[in-house]
Design a binder for this molecule. Structure first.
Ligand code: 76R
Length: 303
């Protein structure tokens, strides 16, 4: 399978590092760019490039070109998609979200938008770079336990072969593919986005917890999440080394109140109540490509 990077723990294991501090094995999927824009209030008065409507058409063309691939497409990871969302509140009017198979392709998307006539009307208000990730805590914990029982040294050739095999098996799963290369469920037009960290305080440090304890806490977190199956679809993308926070959380739902319910419930889970720090939250809804002209250009006429 092509679209994955090797997990970092392999490189850490020849050091005399405490095995308890093992990071989870992680599979990476699409690179993601969340872009935030405000529409220039004077845009409707600018007659250049076909006027506001004409310029907005370049955004429609871009979105048509980058519509979601089909869920059943085995090659969908090699392409990606982009979506436009109306954001309610704050100084942001729209969020453009791009999924691409490489950082270069993500940069291409950014450049294409910046050079399009529509960019004349869009004032950037922020952005966020991350990579969709699937943390394999349960798998990591099981592998470490097995290795300990059998006297296999993490980092050695046998360990590496086992990790490779398990990751290959994970990647074969349809569920894993749909997590690494996520689409927006058709019946969930609402979006909620926020970045977050895990704490590194002297008495509350996620990164000094033994892997077993982190795996147990994540299992409880997963159980809470699964109670929202069918009502929330989540994208967890990692941004350690890529942007200001450690993760980006993008949630889709059929009802904005479900975001409030799930995030509230998670606040009581130990992973969040003790270890999580949150950035700003954005909430809004998808603008289908066929509605962009009416929404973006039409909305200006109404104002
Ligand atoms: O991905 C999986 O299904 C496996 C279990 C799982 C992992 C490893 C999981 C399940 N999450 C994982 C990792 Mn999650 N998640 C969040 C937030 O607001 C808050 O308090 C937290 C923001 C939400 C709403 C959410 C939803 N998750 C992570 C990580 C990385 C942790 C690490 O590696 O240390 C973060 C930061 C994070 C945060 N999570 C689920 C959900 C939901 C709904 C599920 C169930 C998924 C399902 O079974 O379909």
């Amino acid at each position: 399978m092509v679209y994955r990077s090797l997990p970092t723990p392999l490189e850490l294991t020849d050091t005399p590092m405490n095995q308890d501090l093992f990071p989870p094995l992680v599979l990476d999927g699409w690179f993601v760019l969340h872009q935030f824009f405000r529409v220039d209030p004077l845009a409707a008065e600018d007659e250049a490039h076909g006027g506001f409507q004409g310029r907005t058409e370049s955004l429609v063309d871009f979105l048509s070109q980058w519509s979601e691939p089909s869920d059943s497409d085995p090659e969908r990871g090699s392409r990606g998609w982009s979506g436009l969302y109306r954001i309610v509140g704050g100084e942001t009017d729209y969020m453009l979200m791009h999924f691409r198979p490489s950082l270069e392709a993500l940069g291409d998307a950014e450049r294409e938008i910046r050079r399009s006539p529509a960019a004349r009307d869009l004032i950037p208000t922020g952005d966020y770079v991350s990579v969709v990730e699937l943390g394999l805590y349960a798998v990591t914990d099981a592998l470490l336990e097995q290795a300990q029982e059998e006297g296999i040294k993490p980092g050695g050739p046998e360990w590496t072969a086992r990790v490779e095999k398990v990751l290959e098996e994970e990647l074969e799963k349809r569920y894993v593919q749909s997590r690494l290369f996520p689409l927006q469920p058709a019946n969930m037009p609402y979006v909620c986005f926020y970045p977050m960290d895990k704490r590194r305080n002297p008495d509350q440090n996620w990164y000094t917890l033994p892997v077993r304890e982190r795996a147990d806490l994540m299992a409880v977190h997963g159980q809470t999440g699964r109670r929202y199956a069918g009502r929330i679809s989540q994208i967890i993308s990692g941004s350690v080394g890529l942007d200001d926070w450690e993760w980006a959380v993008t949630l889709f739902s059929h009802d904005p109140l479900t975001f409030k319910a799930l995030v509230t419930e998670m606040r009581y889970d130990e992973v969040s109540s003790v270890y999580a720090e949150f950035g700003s939250f954005w909430v809004g809804h998808r603008i289908p490509t066929e509605g962009v002209l009416g929404e973006v250009a039409g909305g200006m006429d109404r104002e």
